[in-house]
Design a protein around this ligand. Structure first.
Ligand SMILES: *[C@@H]1O[C@H](CO)[C@@H](O)[C@H](O)[C@H]1NC(C)=O
Ligand SMILES: *[C@@H]1O[C@H](CO)[C@@H](O)[C@H](O)[C@H]1NC(C)=O
Ligand SMILES: *[C@@H]1O[C@H](CO)[C@@H](O)[C@H](O)[C@H]1NC(C)=O
Ligand SMILES: *[C@@H]1O[C@H](CO)[C@@H](O)[C@H](O)[C@H]1NC(C)=O
Length: 567
């Protein structure tokens, strides 16, 4: 499930929303909730061993979410009285849910794993949140009575398929296609083709937060076999505010071979871009829809609203022409100027750039030197033919990306060599040595935690005559350098390029603890270098490092490739 877009998205959102988040730091608090007069049975709100409630931490959270389709989570702290009162009911509900329905309940102690609770957006205790299909549900907060019966019913009701099945035109038109009450885009699957049913259901399971899925089996002949997307009308205020370039109100998906498995992705991808206008003004709400569609995203940064108006028609045409291949979005440079750093561009406006989300590559129209830009006395104007040309060369694969790299370091310290984007590809391939690389991000706490462990391993191999000429350890700050040959999906990532090999690197996938890394090196290095031997030989075993424990990769567990509603 990991993909380039996932971490790219985190970074993009980080840039775009950091200003918003800064204003939105809610203080965590205990919320007083209506509870029946109940006794406190447990001393601590943290569940003891031996119940059906699973205890999750930062380390096992993501894998638990990924391996269960429907789960309920309680986020709390040991001293919270309301959580203590809730606990016996929750334990009872968890027992029944697990035994009868196979639905799991877990608990996170926010006094231990605060960052995890922050990520989920917990602002009071206890918070009960439901996760479905590996992400937070849209109405994820359980706010019903805190009794085992109600909690049980709430979760069991979530099992139902999100596809609404109807039989008549009246139902369709009154309940779902009524423009006055339509909130989400509605996807109607007319007729039934046995092979297509599971594809439609699966797509619905993935996208139920963002679309309403309707199956209309007994429709008339004309519509049979159609999957049609109906979009809600754009509110006039919004139309005015954003100066939308129109998008069609309905769109038809045609599939050629309903049995092929790729159809799920085809249908999904089609839905994710068909709901977008041809060209729009970015805001926090619509921005994530563009990210979710995963198509290359073309940015037009403008300063004056007039610039936007002057270019609207042109970009609208491009959006129409490249529908399904590239999305086009306008960004107000007054608000989103820092976002250009992420695109490897300078803050010179107007600006046109393309971000290829799949490979995390950026392309842009040439920019001036700082002096030249400062010397400008009039507003710059972009030439439409330059933009068209960049889009065309991007489409035929001949455009050259703008690569971000730090300077190649002139001196190195220690046994781990610092590598940058410019020399990465030369450094990782060595005919005589195994090369281990740690890709980190300077802002990522998990990366910093791994650093001493990684350096310790490098020191150990460097200190032994048998191993010192057979292996090299490198470090890359992947947040400051674009690595085109190896787009990193999470931080930290450790890989090995075995000596003499030109294959893609082998990626370390278990938790980043010292012994796991030693095992990884022993199993995958060309020379099968055994770090455990060195630990024994030099008596290097120390508990401290192991206690540092597992290091989780920093990827947002509540996001996934197709849905970021809860970020
Ligand atoms: C067939 O069904 C569609 C949608 O249910 C409806 O709009 C259309 O008028 C129907 N056509 C005929 C010929 O009944
Ligand atoms: C889908 O619906 C349109 C009319 O809306 C119709 O022309 C077409 O034949 C239908 N069937 C298919 C398979 O596209
Ligand atoms: C939208 O268009 C109106 C004129 O039709 C203009 O006054 C307004 O500034 C535009 N808004 C944006 C965000 O460009
Ligand atoms: C490199 O490793 C050797 C052998 O373990 C050690 O003696 C030396 O201090 C290390 N270098 C640095 C700068 O840490």
């Amino acid at each position: 499930m990991k993909s380039t877009t996932r971490w790219t998205l985190s970074i993009v959102l980080f840039y775009l929303f950091s200003f918003a988040l800064a204003q939105d730091q809610e203080q965590e608090q205990e919320v007083v909730v209506e509870t029946q007069q109940q006794e406190v049975v447990y001393d601590s709100a943290i569940v003891p061993e031996g119940t059906a409630i699973h205890k999750l931490t930062l380390n096992n959270f993501a894998s638990f979410i990924k391996s269960n389709d429907l789960i309920l989570g309680e986020f709390t702290v040991p001293w919270c009285v309301h959580s203590k009162i809730l606990l016996p009911e929750l334990v009872k509900a968890a027992d029944l849910l697990e035994q009868e329905k196979g639905i799991k309940v877990f608990q996170v102690d926010c006094s231990v794993d605060g960052p995890l609770c922050d990520q989920i957006g917990i602002s009071y205790y206890p918070s009960l949140k439901a996760f479905k299909n590996h992400r937070l549900m849209k109405d994820n907060e359980y706010s019903g009575r805190r009794t085992s019966e109600d909690i049980y019913d709430f979760m069991v009701n979530q099992v139902a398929s999100p596809v609404k099945r109807i039989n008549t035109d009246e139902q369709l038109n009154d309940q779902y296609l009524n423009k006055d009450s339509m909130e989400l885009p509605v996807v109607v699957y007319y007729g039934n083709i046995d092979e297509f049913d599971p594809i439609f259901d699966k797509t619905a399971n993935d996208l139920f937060n963002s679309f309403t899925f309707v199956a209309y089996k007994d429709c008339n002949e004309t519509m049979r076999g159609n999957v049609t997307l109906y979009l809600p009308p754009v509110a006039p205020e919004e139309m005015q505010q954003n100066n939308h370039t129109v998008r069609p109100e309905t769109d038809i998906f045609s599939f050629e071979n309903p049995t092929s498995l790729t159809e799920v992705d085809d249908l999904k991808n089609w839905l994710l871009y068909s709901r977008l206008p041809y060209f729009d003004n970015a805001n926090i709400e619509n921005y994530r829809l563009y990210m979710e569609s995963k198509l290359p995203l073309a940015y037009f940064f403008y300063i004056a609203p007039q610039e936007y108006m002057d270019n609207k028609e042109y970009f609208g045409e491009l959006g129409k022409k490249y529908r399904g291949k590239m999305n086009f979005l306008a960004l107000n440079a007054m608000i989103f100027h820092s976002h250009v750093k992420f695109l490897n561009m300078k803050e010179q406006f107007p600006l046109f750039a393309i971000h290829d989300l799949k490979y995390n590559l950026k392309y842009g129209l040439p920019q001036m030197s700082e002096e030249e830009y400062k010397a400008q006395t009039e507003l710059l104007k972009l030439d439409h033919s330059d933009i068209t040309e960049l889009v065309e060369t991007f489409m035929d694969g001949t455009a050259v990306p703008v690569v971000k790299s730090e300077e190649i370091p002139t001196e190195q310290h220690g046994n781990v060599t610092k590598v940058v984007g410019l020399n990465h590809d030369d450094m990782v391939r060595d005919p005589k040595r195994d090369v281990v690389v740690r890709y980190f991000a300077s802002w990522c706490a998990q990366s910093r935690k791994l650093e001493p462990i990684y350096n310790g391993i490098a020191d150990m191999f460097a200190g032994d005559d048998e191993t010192k000429d057979k292996i090299t350890f490198l470090d890359v700050d992947a947040s400051a350098n674009d690595i085109l040959s190896f787009p990193v999906t999470g931080f930290p990532t450790i890989v090995i390029y075995p000596a003499g090999s030109n294959d893609p690197p082998i990626v370390h996938t278990s938790a980043a603890a010292r012994n796991n890394i030693l095992l990884f090196i022993r199993d995958n290095s060309f020379y099968h270098l055994d770090g455990f031997e060195l630990v024994k030989k030099y008596n290097l075993d120390n508990d401290e490092e192991e206690e540092a424990g597992e290091i989780a990769q920093e990827i947002n567990p509540s996001s996934d490739e197709t849905n970021h509603d809860e970020l």
